[in-house]
Design a protein around this ligand. Structure first.
Ligand code: URA
Length: 231
């Protein structure tokens, strides 16, 4: 929301009255006087009008977790342990998952309470890459490389997958780079070439790789530069 609307709502004022207060230097955003009434304000920013707190900043959380197998990527589940159960931050119940992994998949999982950030990551249009290490139950046919690159038709969604890079690392092992995240995408793509996925591990999202010192089940806050790397 723009700063003028935040101020106008708070004091039940008209927009022009809010503009006047802002232009007079009476409004602080994150502790700094802001005279631009079109400044975008989100719920993680503190807004003050003279000595009055208009909006308290909520704590933004950006976490990375090394998902172990068997834990579900959900905020709630009746039957199974969820990734939220692995987190002991007091804000854990405000989190959502930015790009799920299936129950038996492992590796890099991002969690946040910032919906704008996660939307930017998950939008197919933003084309943030996801890199997976995959093991399958049969030899991967060499034409799979071309088929992954060409894109596959997914009928229920009526889409063609974006070109994906498949690199063969062994007869039954490969690295795949996706530019989107469709439901069970890797399993479905390997299914088309006659292979059943037996292990699936997410190594990286964008330029951010799973830190080698983050053991399965462990999590930590993302550092500012890691947050940038994702995009
Ligand atoms: N594709 C899948 O099929 N499963 C995952 O967990 C991630 C990508």
């Amino acid at each position: 929301m723009k700063l003028d609307r935040v101020i106008a709502r708070h004091r039940s004022l008209g927009r022009s009255e809010a503009h006047r207060l802002i232009a007079a230097g009476r409004v602080r955003l994150e502790g700094v006087v802001c005279t631009s009434n079109q400044e975008e304000v989100d719920r993680f920013m503190k807004v003050e009008l003279e000595e009055e707190i208009v909006q308290q900043a909520e704590r933004a959380l950006y976490l990375i977790l090394n998902k172990p197998p068997g834990v579900v990527s959900a905020t709630r589940d009746e039957e199974h342990r969820t990734v939220i159960d692995l987190i002991d931050d007091p804000g854990r119940h405000t989190l959502h998952i930015a790009g799920r992994l299936d129950r038996w998949s492992t590796g890099l999982l991002l969690l946040t309470n910032d919906g704008r950030w996660s939307k930017g990551l998950m939008d197919a249009a933003s084309k943030v890459t996801k890199t997976y290490l995959v093991e399958v139950n049969a030899d991967i046919p060499t034409e799979a490389v071309e088929l992954f690159a060409r894109g596959m038709e997914f009928l229920p969604e009526n889409i063609v997958t974006l070109p994906a890079q498949l690199t063969l690392l062994g007869p039954r092992k490969a690295r795949v780079v996706l530019h989107e995240g469709r439901h069970h995408q890797i399993k479905r793509m390997f299914g088309r070439v006659g292979c059943l996925v037996t292990a699936l591990h997410r190594e990286a999202v964008g330029g951010l790789s799973l830190p080698p010192d983050l053991a399965p089940g462990q999590w930590r806050k993302l550092m500012a530069e890691e947050k940038q790397l994702v995009r």
